[in-house]
Design a protein. Structure first.
Length: 135
């Protein structure tokens, strides 16, 4: 493939990625359109009455560079606090009230297929993607 100048360490890769983001992530209409399409996929199974709130939560978990590039507004502090409290409550519940899994969740096949690749056993938006391709 003749790929050159590949970072050797994690720190070099992080520096390269940050420099690339600074250079390439800027607000455009196409970026916002892509963001809205992606948001639609993420919110597809969400009930209509709560979609606006969940969208605000998703915007709040974006870092500033991504949020700015996608042309989304900064979210108020109470939304960030809501996410923080949700994580705290979830962590408490999982540690104290949920049993460990009996079986490992396997997202790919254990054996390679006839092409020498592993099959993915789980897709979240398979129905949505199929319907989109048909129209």
């Amino acid at each position: 493939m003749h790929i050159e100048n590949v970072p050797e360490t994690f720190e070099e890769m992080r520096t390269w990625a940050e420099e690339y983001e600074k250079r390439a992530m800027y607000p455009t209409e196409q970026t916002h359109e892509l963001a809205e399409t992606t948001m639609g996929l993420l919110l597809y199974y969400t009930p209509r009455w709560i979609k606006p709130f969940i969208k605000r939560l998703l915007i709040a978990i974006m870092d500033d560079r991504l949020r700015t590039a996608m042309m989304y507004p900064e979210q108020p502090p109470w939304i960030h606090k809501s996410i923080e409290w949700f994580a705290i409550v979830r962590r408490f519940l999982l540690r104290n009230f949920f049993l460990p899994r009996n079986e490992e969740v396997v997202y790919t096949s254990l054996e390679k297929n006839e092409h020498g690749r592993y099959n993915i056993n789980y897709t979240d938006n398979e129905v949505f993607c199929s319907l989109t391709l048909l129209t």
